[in-house]
Each structure stands twice: as structure tokens, then as C-alpha cells.
Ligand binder design. Sequence first.
Ligand SMILES: *Cc1c(COP(=O)(O)O)cnc(C)c1O
Length: 377
Amino acid sequence: MGPGPSDIHPSVLAAMAAPTVGHLDPYFLKIMDEVQSMLREVFQTTNHMTMAISGTGSAGMETCVVNLIEPGDRMVVGVNGVFGGRMAEVAERVGAEVTKIERPFGEVFSPEEFAAAIKKSQPKVVGVVHAETSTGARQPLEEIAKIVHDAGALLLVDCVTSLAGIPVEVDRLQIDAAYSGSQKCLGCPPGLSPVTFGPKALEAMDNRKKKVSSWYLDIGLLRNYWGNNRAYHHTAPINMNYALHQALRLVLAEGLETRYARHHLHHSALKAGVNAMGIHYSVAADVSLPMLNSVLIPDGVDDAAVRGQLLNEFGIEIGGGLGPMKGKTWRIGLMGEAAKKSNVLVFLAALEQCLNKQGVKPSPGAGVAAANGVYLA
Ligand SMILES: *Cc1c(COP(=O)(O)O)cnc(C)c1O
């Protein structure tokens, strides 16, 4: 129940243990094709250039930035948490002239803030984090997408934590480029980063003056492997792709809408439970993420002691706060397989014991009772 990696379904682990075939073996090419078509469904896109980068979510971030940006290009990045900060850092390293717009951790941006920054800097790319895992905040994208496109810029969205947990509608919102990670709501071990590029993003890559500075992450080269040519580029992590393939099958067998509803239900139960124990979220209700619940640590409670007790006595991992939230928040993940009743109920019962040990005594059983109230309704 941390901020990722999340729990893995046994069939995904079993898929990883299948024999490793060659990266041009017809069987593996079929797996790649199916991974691509299933990723299109999950990203809700028809983008041909949809595939899995070999590497974790940050590799997807670098892939998007390094392919869309040439040295001297301008980029606006929304920084309201660790991952927005990381995207800005990647863009600077690639040589972009970065304009950061900032918000305190836990808050989100208004469309007007993006509009003002875009008007001023006239960027080629605007980067935004959909689900800020460091803060638990969901950035609404609808109006921002329109502003970015009206200004002739490309919209790049970090969907690492949102994909398969809340809707990521790449085509409807006209997101030009997006990346995710295998180990959050997709329910696969860390190691692959799904990416998707729309026609305008591909056009920008075709019009580059300079070669992409990363050979490994150059979409122009990767297209020849994931596309029809099947030209060797690098040795694909075969068994990781088996895992992602099986994880995507599970996502689609459940159905996207059912999966989003499941994340929402367990978030509602968890929230009712912690609130009943006197614990509050660090993010406003209308923008809180279902899969990443960031709550304020009650006064006088030792952050590390509670997390240690949860882990050692109950086998439950939760995350601590990052950046300015260190020591102030707990980040409780309900991602993929972890979003289930038994996790929520055991966590609330366990937390009650930990809080009591810290001298904080919520009304006995109130957390579990409130969560049950949500489930029974
Ligand atoms: C986890 C995460 C990343 C980084 O992914 P890694 O797999 O750790 O490289 C980037 N952005 C967001 C929003 C994340 O949650």
C-alpha cells in the first residue's frame, strides 16, 4: 500500500517466468503487437506510435522530453510536486529553456495560470503531471489541453500513476505525448514505461534539426523495431514484456470503467475510515487521487515509528512524505491489485493500534466501522 511498486497478480509473476525467446522470435513479435494494441485501449487512443520503453517511468519521461525538445526550445512545466520538478530538470538537461510555473505541494494549477505562462514564453512543449504521486493531487487537464493547442504548442502529460486507475483519455483530450510506468496502477513490476505519441508530436520529431541526443531513447530508431521493420535496436527485456502483456490482459478483462470505479470505491472507504479516526487528507477532496491517498500525520505522532510498526507487525508498507511534505504526510497507495477491501480494513485496524501506541486514541473501531459503512452502502 505504498506509492508503487504495487502488488502484482500471481499470473503476472508467472508470465515473467516463461522461457525467454529471442527479441525477433515470431512469438515475441506477437506479444509486442498485442502489448501495443492493449496499451492503445488503456490510453484510449488510436495513436500508432504507442509502445513500451525499456526502463521505468522516468525513462518514459526522458524519452518524451528528449525527442520533443531540441536545445534552445522553450518548454513550460507545471511544478507542484516532485515529479513536475523532475520533468523540468530533465528538460533543462536536454537544453530546453524551461519556464516553471509553481504551486505548493498538494495544490493544482488553474487553466489561467497555464494560459499566462504560455502567453509569455510561447513554448514548443507544455509538460504537466496528471497524478502527482508525491502529493496525491489530480491535475484537471481538459481546459489546459485547449489552451496549449490554441497556442500551437504540444501537450506532454505524465500519466505514470493515473494510467489504469483514473481515466487517461489521450485522444479525447488531444494529448500529444504521454508516458506511464508499469508498476503503479497497471499492476506489473517496475521495468517498462508505456508511451504514446500523437501525429503532431511525430511531426515535431520529423522536423528536428538535430539528432536526438539519446541514442537509446530515440523514437525514430525505436519505431523501426516496434513498427513494421522489426530492425534490431536493443535487446528488448523479453520477460518484462510478458509481464506487461499479462497485466494489460487483466486490466482489460476487468474493464477500464470497472477498474476506475474499484479504485474510487476503496478510496472512499479508506477516506471515511481515516477521517473517522481524526486524520485529514492533505489535498482538497475534489482533486484527491483515489490511488494515492496523502494524509496529514497527526500532531505528536512519530512518522517513522508508525510506518515501521505497520511494516513489521502487519506487513503493510505505506509511503512517507516527499520534499517539503517529509515527516508531514503519509502516502497510502491503493494501486491496481492493492485496491481491495481486505487492504483497507486491515490497514485501518492496524493504524488504530499504531496510533494508540503513539498516545493518540481514536474512538475504538471507528475507522473500520466507517469504512464498512461505505462498503455496506
Ligand atoms: C513513479 C513516478 C515517476 C517515476 O517513475 P519511476 O518508475 O520511478 O522511474 C514519474 N512520475 C510519476 C507521477 C510517478 O508517480
